[in-house]
Design a protein around this ligand. Structure first.
Ligand code: HEC
Length: 430
């Protein structure tokens, strides 16, 4: 007990000293030139990486720490940690001017003693070096609530200096499509469609698709589409419009990560008719202050017809009937399509946007009723199930999707990265 008291007296002195040094720094910065470091940290780091767990509503589960913009400052600066070991060591969550005595820093770098819990963000990839450095600079400068004290350029997305995209090797059996580079203006998003003719004049059996794209892609979808019939010119870049959404195209393949691949067992393939071309749909979000390029290579691998025992059906099923009220966590239960024949799901995945915190899929009906088959909490890199799941007539897939909406507005289904989605995607055969 005695030591603890001494420790906190020492801290008060540190806090006072750093308060003055922070004031001095504020006086020399022009507030109109750059934004408050605290606000940038809250909006560009905490809102993106932390508030799904650390919010006003559900914080009990996350060490009673809310990192919403209006609460985080008081909950961090000179605030005692919930963690007993950190408290015993005399750490505050943030000790102004002392990164080494700030539990927040230790939680982000993973420099933790036993008993101090796990590295943050919990069970997700660590923050980038640059984001951690931004927080470090803010603490080192006295952790002020206002004023620009940390290097703003650290928060430009890692993608700012884009590397050239190395082409995929062309498949031996099959063909390659190339979505040519297209530009996305600073701090904006862009979704486009580009039609390409089918390079083959005969029916094809696609057994694997692979994509490689420049970083920063929100999604890429390859559709089969009879562009000629609808008078769409090959190679032309078409913006995403309501009219485009009405066009009858069929989902063939989708990806969210810079490298992605779906491959089926040798005897299973998707059939593509010779009169059908391909629509390449790409959506990029540019969070940097520089111009940015999107680009993708898509390899379509085919197998001879004789090899194919089962023709797989790609699917992308959409549920758009939900609303997520502001400042709350909402779970949507949805029951998907049923079939009258036994159905073999060979690939199953989900798609949602950044406010999704958990996406679970269960079997409904039959002997495995309520069995959970899919559990994903990473919206950017969703889990892809590739073990076969057979559903008999009367059985179906039921999903439970949870989002946390930290904003002041209700959020619904929509196509920008600020809207949400509730989608099942994959392939089955019957
Ligand atoms: C998936 C949920 C989840 C996410 C996302 C998450 N946290 Fe946590 N956080 C927790 C849980 C659970 C604890 C308590 C267990 C522990 O400390 O390991 C915790 C504890 C902490 C603590 C210790 C607080 C104390 O007083 O003991 C800090 C600091 C923290 N988180 C910061 C962050 C930051 C910053 C982010 C975002 C970069 C983040 N967390 C993202 C779940 C999460």
């Amino acid at each position: 007990m005695g030591t603890k008291k001494i420790v906190s007296v020492f801290f008060s002195a540190v806090v006072l000293a750093s308060f003055f040094s922070a004031c001095k720094k504020d006086a020399v910065t022009d507030p109109s030139a750059s934004k408050n470091s605290y606000d940038l940290m809250a909006t560009k780091i905490f809102n993106v990486n932390c508030v799904q767990c650390h919010n006003d509503q559900d914080k009990q589960g996350a060490a009673n720490l809310s990192l919403e913009q209006h609460t985080a400052y008081d909950m961090l600066v000179n605030a005692e940690p919930t963690n007993a070991m950190a408290k015993e060591r005399g750490l505050f969550r943030v000790t102004p001017s002392h990164t080494e005595l700030s539990f927040l820093m230790l939680k982000l770098t993973g420099n933790l003693e036993p008993g101090m819990g796990v590295r943050m963000p919990h069970s997700l990839p660590a923050l980038s070096e640059k984001k951690i450095e931004f927080i470090r600079q803010w603490i080192a400068a006295g952790a002020p609530k206002t004023g620009s004290v940390a290097d703003e350029s650290l928060l430009e997305e890692e993608v700012a200096n884009q590397k050239e995209l190395e082409p995929l090797p062309v498949p031996e059996q099959g063909f390659q499509l190339h979505l040519q580079p297209f530009s996305i203006s600073p701090t904006s998003e862009r979704e486009i469609y580009v039609y390409e003719n089918n390079p083959s004049t005969t029916e094809q059996y696609v057994n694997k698709v692979k994509v490689r794209m420049r970083e920063g892609s929100h999604h890429f979808i390859l559709y089969t589409f009879n562009g000629e019939f609808y008078n769409v010119k090959p190679g032309e870049v078409r913006p995403h419009t309501d009219k485009e959404m009405q066009e009858p195209r069929n989902f063939l393949f989708g990806a969210q990560t810079p490298e992605a691949e779906y491959a089926f067992p040798d005897s299973i393939a998707v059939k593509v008719a010779p009169n059908t071309g391909f629509d390449l749909n790409s959506h990029y979000v540019n969070q940097t202050t520089k111009d940015y390029q999107g680009e993708a290579y898509i390899n379509v691998y085919t197998v001879p017809k004789e090899q194919v025992k089962h023709v797989a059906q790609p699917f992308l099923w959409v549920d758009n009937g939900f609303t997520i009220p502001p400042h709350s966590s909402t779970t949507r239960t949805y029951e998907w399509q049923t079939f009258t024949k036994p159905t073999h799901y060979i690939v199953l995945s989900s798609h949602a946007h950044k406010r999704m915190t958990s996406f679970k899929i269960f079997i409904k009906g039959g002997p495995r009723d309520s069995e959970m088959i899919y559990d994903n909490s990473d919206w950017q890199t969703p889990t892809v199930l590739t073990n076969e799941i057979i559903l008999n007539p009367g059985e179906k897939l039921r999903s439970e999707t949870t989002w946390y909406n930290e904003s002041d507005k209700p959020i619904q289904f929509g196509f920008t990265s600020e809207d949400e989605m509730n989608i099942l995607v994959g392939y089955y055969w019957q």
